[in-house]
Every structure is written in C-alpha cells, then in structure tokens.
Write a protein that binds this ligand. Structure first.
Ligand code: H53
Length: 837
C-alpha cells in the first residue's frame, strides 16, 4: 500500500519522521520539550517527580519507535508467535530497566546531571507496576525480558488491574492492607489502544438450530456484554532492537449510560451497572498459591481469555491462511490453570462461529495449547462449581461436558472396564454440586504439560497427575526449570558487582550468555578481585542498612551476617520455623557470658513478605516476627549480637535492594511443596549463599554450585507422607528444642501469649502439617554450621564467588530457549530497522 503513495508524501515522512537519537543532547532536548509541553511546567517549577516523568517520556518515545519497528517486522515475516497468557505480570519499575536494555543509561545519566538532577533521585520516583502476587507474576516478567532479548516474536496477555497487589503497612506488629492505586499519576509505560476494543459476553442462553446445510448448531445469545480495551506495555530486549508487547485488558461497559433508565429517573441504577462492568479488572486477587472461588475471579478469567483469543484469532485471520495452519502460527502457553477457559473458548470459536467439525477443531485446539503447572499444593488447585459456569458461560459448560465425554470415551477404549480410573481422570468432579477440575481440563486440552523444576516435574507425575500417566504415558509430561533475568537481577540491582564481573571477564557478553560467568573461577584466588568482590557486597549491605533504618527505624551493623527470608508469607514456606529458630538463638545468647558472646557471629535476621489478607495464620506469623523483633532489638544484654527486622511492603524494588545485600538467604519450604522458587536463584547469582531444604530449584542449584557452597538440611520429599501420617495417628512428641521455644512463647516472653495460641496449635494440636518439628533440629544444626563457616571470611568469599560463577543455568534465557525449541517451536525474528516508514 505504501508503494501507492505519492513520492512527495513519502519524502515528507522520511524528512520529518521521529528521529529520536540516543545521544546526550537529543535526550536533553527531548527532556526539556516534555517538561514544557507534556507536563506544562517550566524550569521554575520542576521537581524530582516531574524530572522522572520527563525522562520516562523521552525514553518512551524511543521505546515506541523500536516497538513499532518490531510489530511491523513481525507482521511482515508472519512467523509463528508465542502468546504467554498470565493473569500476573509483576514488572516493578520500568525506567532503569529500559535505560539499561536500550543502552541509554550513561548518556542519559550524564545528560540529566547537567540539567540539575541525579539519576538516582529520578529513578526513586517511579511507583512499581505490581500486577502480581509473587513468584508466578515475577517469572512472567523475567520471561518477557528474555523473549524480547532473544528476538522471539512473542506477546504477553494479561489484565490491567486498577489496583495492584495491596500495600502492606504494620500497626502494632500486625499487617494492615492499603489499596495500591498505582495509576494515580499518568503511566508513561503503557500505550492506551482505545481503538482496540473487544466485546465480551456473559450469561444469556444457548439455542440449538439447524444451519443451511442441515447441521445442528448452537448459538449463545442474550446476556450482558462488556468491553475490553487494550493497553499495550512495550518490553524492550537487552542489546537488540526487538521490543515486544504485553497487552493488558481493561473492562468497561458497552454502553456508557443506559439512557432509558436515566430518563426514567433510575440514575443510580444506570451508574451502578457501569461500575459493575469496570469492577472486573478493578483488583488483582491478593492470593498466592491459594484458590478463592469468587465469581468475580471466574469472570476475570473469562474476560481475559475471551478478549485475548479474539485478538489472536483476528490477527491470524488477516493472513488468510487455512484453519489447519492455526497451530503453525500460534502457540499459547497457559501459565498455570488460570487461562484454562481459553481451551473451551477456542473450541467454541471454531465450532460455533467458524463452523468447523468438532474433531477437526479439537485437533487444532490441543495443538495450540501447552500447559505449565506451577504448584502441587491442593489448596491452589482450581475447581469451579458447575452451576457457576453454567450461569455465567452456559455454552462453555456444554462444551466442557462434551470434551469430558469424548475424552472419557477414549480412555474407556484404551483401558476398558476401569470405572475407578474414569472417575479419577474425569474433568468433572462428581460431588454436590459438581465441580470442573481446571487442571484436568488443561491437561486434556494441551499437547504438552510441564513442571517448573526437576523435582516438581517428577512429583506432578507421581502425585496430582499420576492417573493421567496411565493413559497418556510419560511423553506428554516434561520439565522446564525456571530462570531469572540477569539483566534486572544482577546488572540493574547490583551495579557494583556487575561492573566488576564485566571488567574481570573483559566484556558484557555474560549478560546475554550467563554461562560465561564460569570465567570468574580462574580469578577466585586473585587478591584484588576478591577484595573488590567483598567491597561490592559490603556496599550493598550498607545500602540495605540505610533502607532498614528509614523503613523500620532499626539500626543494624553492616558487618554482621545478613540472613534474609523474603517471599510471600505462607505456612509451607515456613517463616514460622525461621522465627522459632531466632527465639532459640536469642535465648542461647542470653545464657552466654560476655566472653562467650564475644566469639559469636553477629546476625541481622531480615524478613519481608505479604500475607493474603484473609490468611489468618500467616498474619499471625508476621505479628510473632514483630513481637520477637521488639524484644530482641531492645535487649542491651545481648550486645547487638542479634537484630531482627521485618521490612514492610516487600515488592520488586525493595527486592532489588535486599537481594544483592544478603550473605545467606533461607528457602526452607517443607520438601515437595515449593514448585521451584526463583528468589533462591537471584540470591545465589548475587553471591549470597543459601540455607535450604531439598526442595524445588534448590536441588538443581546445589547440583550446579556444589554441596560445599550451600547449606541443605531437612527431610526429603519422599519421607513427607510417612511423617505426616505419623503425626496424624501416633501423636509424635514435639522436638525438645522446639518444645523449649514453644514454652518461651507461652511464658509470655514476647507479649501476651494468647495471641499466638492458634499459631502454636498448628504445631501441637494441628498435627504439624508442614513438619516443623521434624526438621527443627537439623535446621538448628545447619544454622550452627553457617555461623562457623562465616567466621572463616576467606572461605566464605570463595564460596560466594563460586556461587555466582556456576549460576549460568538459571538464566531465564536458557529456560526460554528450551521452551522455544522443545515446546513452542518458534524461531527468532530479528527486527528490520527502517527509516521512519
Ligand atoms: O510460581 C513460581 C514458583 C513457585 C510457585 C509460584 C506460584 C505462585 O506464585 C502462585 C501460584 C502458583 O501456582 C505458583 O509457588 O515455587 O517458583 C514460578 O513458577
């Protein structure tokens, strides 16, 4: 079409097209232009926040240019794209990341200084985009960074929640929640696409009819229609022109106003309905690894998959390829069971709207989807009541029943006369009411299923999906160990260490090929290198100590051992065991003489993490941590040998300060419960050691870095069932060291002990489901080993260097490469740079 334009028009586009260069002067020009035009301010009234906005807008201009070129290239090449469907994208801040990935940081840092600001102050102004709860959401963000960096044609699809994960504050040691209205100011990192609007239908009824060719067809009619509006979030790759897109949907009513109602005087009713529609994307559900069966959540899920599929199908149809090509053009990875309705929606589109026969449609659907499972916790398994789906999505419920019927017929044919197996595999749980088991639907509707760490991928085959192996065999199930992006989690979060690594290895290539970190091994005995390694850690600890002072008022000594556990507060993650261990340490210190205490390693125990607002026991753990901190931190008799802090409102930006500063971090879930964990990888990559159980990715980290460089303890996954059984039926005595700690709490050492009774009950009367008693002694013993090792500072430094050097495997680039080659079957598409048209 461009070819048809007159030459003069093309010449104008050439001449005036956005020429956003990357040098310092161009940045300064664009900064000043944004201050005066976009922000309508002047040199007289510009503060750090305005400086942030103007910088962000200048970067955004450059991002958009790359983003446009990427989209144009992908349209022209039209190769297979991967669509990453995730209800959570925990992106954190964008400015620093964009500056580094685009290679603008140095020029812009210098440029902004000359304009009277510092880059540090400007970066501090940005609020986190916190559209996720924890590991799952942050993994999605890391994967988008890798997909962009490796030039893959990829899209993310999610929801644009008006409120992200709540802000956590502390009052009297208790968590209180505040809404996270992150869109208070304009958000320069999104491009509203008000022209990309999709209708999404709910409720109504299904009518059967016969089409012109005499085929029986179904039409879903009536009900309510809402609209999904697209907001695009550009994700720049590192050291490439590629800039991919996350499309987030926001809900709004189809009609702005019900005029009849309005005229009839029912103004409030009309506005109410408008609000109902906007409610769908109002808030991120604040539960991590826990299903809450709220109707609104189901509506969110369908709203999101319906809008995304419409968009994907529309893009495919533009190419005018036959439907059989759909799986050659499109692969969708379902991030956990949240988008499972997409399977049903695609089948509905193909059968009801496109008139394709059931079997042909089903073959297309199953080839199009892959399913990544992220947990085996029973409370996180999604099940929806059949009547709820029937009411909201009547046609989908019929399709689910049909999918189940045909699937069970196949099972019956392959393994006849096994009613028990049929009941176990069925997508429908035959209870009252019936439930739809989303994980079963996800397995049946996908051609591949994978877990997220080696142990987890084995466990899903042995436990929750065991019965499916009987039918499918093992080949449908595989492992893709998680990864993290070294760009954000080392280069950006730990500039001093990043600089040292680059200098030592002679180039920045390690940022795109993390295996190159192995090159650090040959420098492990180099005195100067070691000195700088230690200095980088210390300066990160000083930075964290400052932050702790500001956030909690507690003064900590940067020379102490920093012991960190930051993650969602959950019983299976056992922050409770950590704080019980702290009480044991405290009371041991109290019994020591001053001389004895002079020989112990000083510790700062740092906690951080949010508890789901309705998770009573997790919230009590926070209260206990703070009560212990209060007593310990004010006890002069232990002479600063122990400090305990709970850093409020743990989020991505806070993680960027905490992780580089840790000496040891704790990943101490009950064996078999943490699917992978990803912060473990971040800590070790930054030269922090870990204290962990034999669980999730800890196991593979240990394999890579060697067991000399990690502190592992506790019972193994295969022992868990027997141990639980023993607790349940034989009432095993509580471990004596643990009993002593329980007694301390019950004596009122940390305030009114009645407050903590429900928590203590989980150990005593509650059968200790997470096996704290069974692991407690080995936990304490291993903590002693940590102290001993830390006394040998030289030895510790060697371990720290060896840790980082062996972390190549845990780059999200490796993980994405494996997904791309082995599951998604997609190829990189390098972006072709064009002049302005
Ligand atoms: O997903 C992470 C894992 C981690 C796992 C986490 C997760 C959530 O954050 C929420 C729901 C869910 O099913 C799983 O707990 O072990 O590392 C990324 O795979």
């Amino acid at each position: 079409e461009i070819a048809k334009l007159p030459k003069e028009t093309l010449a104008l586009w050439e001449k005036y097209g956005a020429d956003e260069s990357d040098d310092k002067e161009s940045f300064q020009k664009s900064f000043i232009r944004h201050v005066t035009t976009t922000l309508a301010r002047s040199i007289y009234n510009i503060d750090n926040f305005s400086a942030y906005q103007a910088t962000a807008h200048s970067v955004r201009d450059r991002l958009i240019k790359r983003w446009n070129e990427t989209q144009q290239t992908h349209t022209e090449v039209d190769s297979k794209r991967v669509y990453y469907l995730s209800l959570e994208f925990l992106l954190g801040r964008s400015l620093d990341n964009a500056l580094l990935n685009l290679g603008l940081k140095d020029n812009y840092g210098g440029g902004i200084k000359e304009l009277g600001f510092t880059m540090e102050d400007v970066l501090e102004q940005e609020v986190d985009a916190a559209l996720g709860n924890g590991g799952l959401g942050r993994l999605a963000a890391c994967y988008m960074d890798s997909l962009a960096t490796m030039d893959y044609p990829a899209w993310g699809y999610g929801l644009r929640y008006t409120y992200g994960i709540f802000q956590q504050r502390l009052k009297d040691g208790y968590q209180i929640e505040f809404p996270d209205y992150w869109l208070n100011f304009d958000n320069p990192w999104e491009l509203p696409r008000l022209d990309v609007v999709v209708d999404v239908q709910f409720c109504g009824s299904v009518n059967r009819y016969t089409d012109e060719e005499g085929h029986e067809r179904y039409a879903w009619e009536g009900g309510d229609t809402l609209q999904a509006i697209a907001y695009d979030v550009p994700i720049p790759g590192y050291g490439t022109k590629n800039c991919i897109n996350i499309r987030l949907w926001s809900s709004k009513p189809k009609r702005q106003f019900d005029l009849t109602r309005f005229n009839e005087g029912q103004y409030e009713q009309a506005v109410y309905e408008q609000m109902q529609a906007e409610n769908i994307t109002a808030v991120l559900y604040p539960n991590d690894n826990h299903m809450v069966g709220k109707e609104l959540r189901l509506k969110q899920q369908y709203f999101w998959v319906a809008a995304s599929l419409f968009d994907i199908v529309r893009r495919f149809k533009k190419s005018e390829k036959p439907w059989s090509n759909f799986p050659l053009q499109v692969i969708m990875d379902k991030i956990h069971t949240h988008p499972t309705l997409a399977i049903v929606e695609l089948q509905r589109i193909l059968v009801d709207l496109e008139g394709i026969g059931w079997d042909e449609a089903w073959a297309i659907v199953t080839q199009t989807f892959a399913f990544t499972n992220h947990t085996i916790l029973p409370e996180a398994m999604e099940r929806w009541p059949v009547p709820m789906i029937q009411y909201l999505l009547p046609r989908h419920m019929q399709i689910i029943f049909d999918i189940n019927l045909f699937f069970l017929q196949k099972v019956e044919k392959a393994i006849p006369n096994n009613r028990d197996l049929l009941a176990k595999l069925s997508i429908i749980e035959e209870s009252t009411p019936q439930f739809v088991r989303m994980a079963h639907l996800a397995i049946v509707g996908s051609h591949r299923v994978n877990g997220v760490a080696a142990l987890h991928s084995e466990l899903i085959k042995q436990t929750i999906f065991k019965d499916f192996i009987q039918f499918y065999g093992e080949s449908k199930f595989e492992n893709k160990t998680n990864g993290i992006t070294p760009r954000r989690w080392l280069h950006q979060a730990n500039p001093k260490l990043s600089e040292l690594i680059t200098e030592t290895l002679g180039s920045k290539n390690w940022l795109k090929n993390l295996d190159l970190l192995k090159g650090l091994k040959s420098h492990v005995n180099n005195k100067d290198f070691r000195k700088r390694w230690v200095a980088a850690k210390l300066s990160n600890k000083v930075r964290l100590a400052d932050y702790i002072q500001k956030a909690t008022g507690v003064t900590v000594n940067s020379n102490a051992l920093f012991d960190v556990q930051v993650k969602r507060i959950h019983e299976y993650k056992r922050q409770f065991m950590n704080i019980l261990g702290v009480i044991h340490r405290y009371n041991t210190l109290k019994k020591m003489t001053s001389e004895e205490r002079a020989c112990v390693v000083h510790r700062v125990v740092i906690f951080g993490g949010k508890a789901a607002p309705g998770y009573y026991i997790a919230k009590l753990v926070i209260k206990l941590i703070n009560s212990v901190a209060e007593v310990v931190n004010n006890d002069n008799s232990i002479e600063d040998s122990l400090k305990v802090v709970f850093i409020p409102d743990y989020n991505v930006s806070v993680a960027e300060i905490i992780i580089p500063a840790s000496d040891i971090s704790q990943h101490i879930s009950t064996a078999g419960t943490e699917a992978s964990g990803t912060s473990n990888m971040k800590f070790v990559l930054n030269g922090g050691l870990i204290l962990g159980t034999v669980d999730g990715a800890n196991i593979e980290i240990c394999e890579e870095i060697g067991d000399d460089n990690i502190f592992m303890f506790g019972n193994l996954a295969h022992q868990v069932d027997d141990l639980r059984h023993a607790h349940r039926y034989r009432s095993v005595p509580v471990d004596p060291s643990l009993q002593a700690v329980i007694n301390d709490i019950e004596s009122g050492q940390f305030g009114d002990s009645r407050i903590f009774a429900p928590l203590i009950n989980t150990l005593t009367h509650g059968k200790d489901y997470y096996l704290i008693s069974d692991d407690f002694q080995s936990y304490l013993d291993t903590q002693k080993l940590v102290d001993e090792s830390y006394k040998d500072q030289e030895g510790w430094t060697t371990k720290s260097i060896m840790c980082s050097a062996h972390m190549g495997k845990f780059s999200s680039d490796r993980a994405i490469q494996e997904y791309a080659d082995q599951i998604w079957e997609i190829k990189p598409v390098p972006v072709m740079t064009k002049k302005h048209i």
